[in-house]
Design a protein around this ligand. Structure first.
Ligand code: SF4
Length: 306
């Protein structure tokens, strides 16, 4: 899947390449937590431990080219999996090796909390959201099962382009579907998918999310001046999936997205909050539960039935 050139470019960005099509990268928040400089909003909202999190992908390839994506998009865009497939065991073993290699430098760092660092070498949370589309990997269910057997929690983020996979997937601890646009026209403009029927696939995945037997979340990435209108469109999509949580998050002007968007497209936290208040006001089953200004994110949670 990866040319030598792509591998080099990813390694220069501190990715650990784990086999033919997988990678691991130490999350900024894992580093911050090890230095006692704060934790990610998921630790605040969902009680995972950012310093014990391993951020991976089993598929560096994606079928979409989202305009706001911070990731390096040099890996191939594809709709069909045509590569030799690594086993879940190989992926987990190599990801752990690479993850530990990427953390080694903290041993000599006086700012590092050595107790936390020791725990960081034994991750118990896996964010399957690093890059690419994880449900594209043909053995995604076996991978999730293996991670759970190793007593790790799993947060899987999907763009919803493989509803057939989602329909029979091993439930992760928390399943995310990205909702980046309120309607078909904006969806095509923002996701730039290689699938001609991308909108239908996405909507079908939302229907499947409603039936999932695990915690579910929709993540809305707000791009100022592009997708912060059409509240009714977002309402329809959210009520299709009825997730436990809706994360409303600002687009961040980072990484390769800076070649496609401008800093003015990054909303302030107040604007994210304002959008979230309006959205919650038209979603009777949801209310605002929490927020983290530093990450420009607001959490809506589904009201528990009495
Ligand atoms: S849950 Fe996400 S943001 Fe938090 S440490 Fe893991 S990869 Fe980073």
């Amino acid at each position: 899947m990866l040319t030598e050139e792509t591998k080099k470019s990813l390694e220069n960005q501190q990715y650990g390449i784990a086999g033919r099509h997988s990678a691991v990268k130490t999350c900024t928040w894992t580093k911050k937590s090890i230095r006692n400089e704060g934790v990610c909003y998921k630790e605040q909202f969902y009680d995972i431990k950012a310093h014990r999190c391993m951020q991976i992908t089993p598929s560096l390839s994606c079928c979409n080219r989202c305009i706001f994506c911070w990731r390096d998009l040099s890996a191939p865009t594809a709709t069909e999996w045509s590569w030799k497939t690594d086993s879940p065991e190989e992926i987990v073993q190599k990801c752990l090796e690479e993850h530990r290699k990427l953390l080694i430098g903290f041993r000599g760092n006086e700012k590092a909390n050595q107790e936390k660092l020791k725990e960081a070498f034994e991750p118990n949370q896996v964010a399957i959201s690093l890059s690419g589309e994880p449900t594209f990997y043909p053995k995604i269910s076996q991978l999730i099962r293996l991670l759970h057997r190793k007593k790790m929690t799993t947060f899987l983020v999907t763009n919803g382009q493989y509803p057939d996979v989602l329909e029979r997937i091993e439930p992760p601890t928390q399943l995310y579907i990205s909702i980046d646009a309120p309607n078909k026209e904006l969806f095509q403009k923002i996701e730039q998918s290689a699938h001609p029927d991308a909108w239908q696939r996405f909507k079908r995945s939302l229907d499947i999310m409603k039936t999932m037997n695990c915690r579910t979340a929709a993540r809305i990435t707000l791009i100022k001046g592009i997708n912060m209108e059409d509240m009714e469109g977002y309402k329809k999509l959210i009520e299709k999936a009825m997730p436990d949580y809706v994360e409303v998050k600002a687009y961040m002007f980072v990484g390769s997205s800076r070649q496609r968007l401008a800093i003015k497209n990054m909303p302030y936290h107040e604007e994210v909050r304002e959008f979230s208040v309006k959205l919650a006001s038209i979603l009777p089953d949801y209310s605002i539960r929490d927020e983290k200004a530093e990450s420009r994110v607001v959490l809506l949670a589904r009201n528990k039935k009495e």
